[in-house]
Design a protein around this ligand. Structure first.
Ligand code: ATP
Ligand code: MG
Length: 302
């Protein structure tokens, strides 16, 4: 497929789920089972399209790395079993590991808790020329920490600073961080893999019933599922407060893994394509240097 056509296709898949303005955002407007009308028979074609997206991403990453100016930060957030790990594995399967760094953020360590909450993430921001992936991120500070206030109580923040404005303040901190990153050439692209409660139950059951998947199961996940509605509210509020033109959220239907991966790949291709990357140009002086090196090499006997 020609690049132009591929970009158009990527836009078609990514656009319906892209949120750049949060004030009117409602999670219920996005159906976790949506496939943009593609039936399950379309799966083989969707997989081919994904492969094309993966190849396009590999080419774009090569330029990103060579140019060494922009960085890309991909953020993935989701309820358990929504497919973050599988999406990263498939969508990034073509990229050069030298230019890609994945960080998974779990509960904070004692060292993390001895710092401000953005500290551990800012240490992991991508280099120029690299793609950084946050599997969970500082957004957990407006999700799990909001749903479980006892986590906030352990954060050693001076008590006078913890007021009812704390969540608005965190949204503001995060908006400022992402604005700062965009002004410094780090492109932030965010994904919420939007899974239904019913499909989560099915996937948990599958993890319990399939020996090869047992290791993925955690009883804590079933407990966390009891807070489903609180999490959905927290996600809606988070997306509403932090979606922007320079750091959009993509709310990706996650009940069909093949569709989730296609949309995520399309959104990444589109975002990186917009950077208009080119290989570094060779100036006249460098051309002279290359010609001299060539002549010298040609003159050598072996
Ligand atoms: P998996 O698919 O392997 O279960 P996961 O991302 O769910 O992947 P886990 O080890 O199960 O990984 O859990 C990470 C846990 O850490 C999540 O429950 C998440 O909410 C929690 N977590 C992440 N960041 C924070 C934070 N800042 N404060 C408290 N808990 C956090
Ligand atoms: Mg988990």
């Amino acid at each position: 497929m020609k690049t132009e056509k591929l970009i158009k296709k990527a836009h078609e898949f990514a656009k319906p789920f892209c949120v750049t303005q949060g004030d009117k955002f409602r999670l219920k407007h996005i159906d976790p089972g949506d496939t943009l009308g593609l039936k399950s028979e379309a799966q083989p074609r969707a997989k081919e399209a994904l492969q094309m997206g993966i190849r396009a991403l590999a080419e774009l990453q090569d330029k990103l790395y060579a140019q060494d100016k922009w960085g890309v930060l991909l953020i993935l957030q989701a309820m358990d079993a929504a497919g973050k790990d599988g999406t990263i594995k498939h969508v990034m399967s073509g990229v050069n590991p030298q230019g890609c760094d994945v960080f998974s953020f779990k509960g904070p360590s004692a060292e993390d808790l001895d710092h401000d909450y953005l500290w551990r993430s800012t240490k992991c921001l991508p280099n120029r020329g690299h793609i950084g992936i946050f599997n969970r991120s500082y957004y957990e500070e407006t999700l799990v920490v909001r749903v479980h206030p006892e986590i906030l109580a352990k954060q050693k923040i001076p008590p006078g600073l913890v007021t009812k404005r704390i969540w608005d303040e965190r949204f503001q901190d995060i908006r400022n961080l992402e604005k700062y990153l965009s002004r410094n050439g780090i492109k932030v692209v965010k994904f919420f893999l939007h899974l239904s409660k019913k499909e989560q139950k099915r996937r948990f059951m599958e993890r319990l019933d399939t020996p090869e998947k047992n290791w993925k199961f955690s009883s804590a996940d079933v407990k966390e599922r009891q807070c489903w509605d609180e999490y959905q509210e927290a996600y809606e509020d988070m997306i509403g407060h932090t979606a922007s033109e320079h750091a959009p959220w993509h709310v990706v239907p996650a009940d069909n893994k093949w569709f989730t991966r296609l949309v995520v790949a399309a959104a990444i291709v589109e975002a990186v394509e917009e950077l208009n990357l080119t290989y570094p140009k060779v100036d006249a002086e460098k051309k002279k240097e290359l010609a001299a090196a060539r002549a010298e090499l040609a003159g050598q006997t072996s």
